[in-house]
Design a protein. Structure first.
Length: 178
């Protein structure tokens, strides 16, 4: 699917449903001009691993995070369609910058053509950090249960329409704590 077509479909999915906008519950927005809070990658080490669950339209989705290297955690996101084919992917960098964290990503169609221009990317600045949760401006990564890191991951993104897309994942290849 071409970038413009997929973006239109993504926007339609974000606004589908009852016709009424639901109030975002997972994402937060930083105050304009606010200084991001102090944070390090050590505070988000619970992200490391492979996660699988449901994504857009309840189709399969997967998120993977590597351990930090040189002040950066590299991640990938894969959104499949209802037939299990790759719909699009994201290449993600979670980095320490200016004493805080910033998340940058680029989107790619299934044929590896990019959505953003060559040198452009989507940037999310940290708005708040809590045990087992990182709230970026319009994007959340948090443990499903803060008392049980590693047993579930919730990721949410606020669309330009104000709607949220929420992804719920289980760990792949990890034993859950008893």
């Amino acid at each position: 699917m071409a970038k413009g077509t997929w973006l239109a479909a993504l926007a339609a999915l974000a606004t589908a449903g009852t016709g009424q906008a639901e109030e975002p519950t997972e994402t937060r927005l930083a105050v304009e001009g606010a200084t991001p809070p102090p944070a390090t990658l050590a505070q988000v080490d619970w992200l490391v691993g492979q996660w699988a669950g449901t994504g857009i339209g309840d189709a399969p989705a997967q998120e993977n995070w590597l351990p930090p290297a040189g002040g950066t955690m590299v991640g990938t996101f894969v959104q499949q369609d209802e037939d299990g084919e790759v719909r699009f992917t994201e290449h993600v960098y979670l980095m320490e910058e200016d004493g805080s964290l910033v998340l940058r990503l680029k989107h790619f169609n299934a044929d590896l053509t990019g959505w953003e221009e060559k040198d452009d990317m989507v940037t999310f600045r940290l708005a708040a950090i809590e045990p087992c949760a990182a709230f970026f401006h319009g994007l959340t990564l948090r443990c499903a249960d803060p008392a049980k890191p590693g047993e579930g991951l919730v990721a949410a993104v606020r669309m330009e329409s104000g709607e949220e897309l929420v992804f719920r994942y289980e760990p792949i290849g990890r034993r859950k704590a008893e």
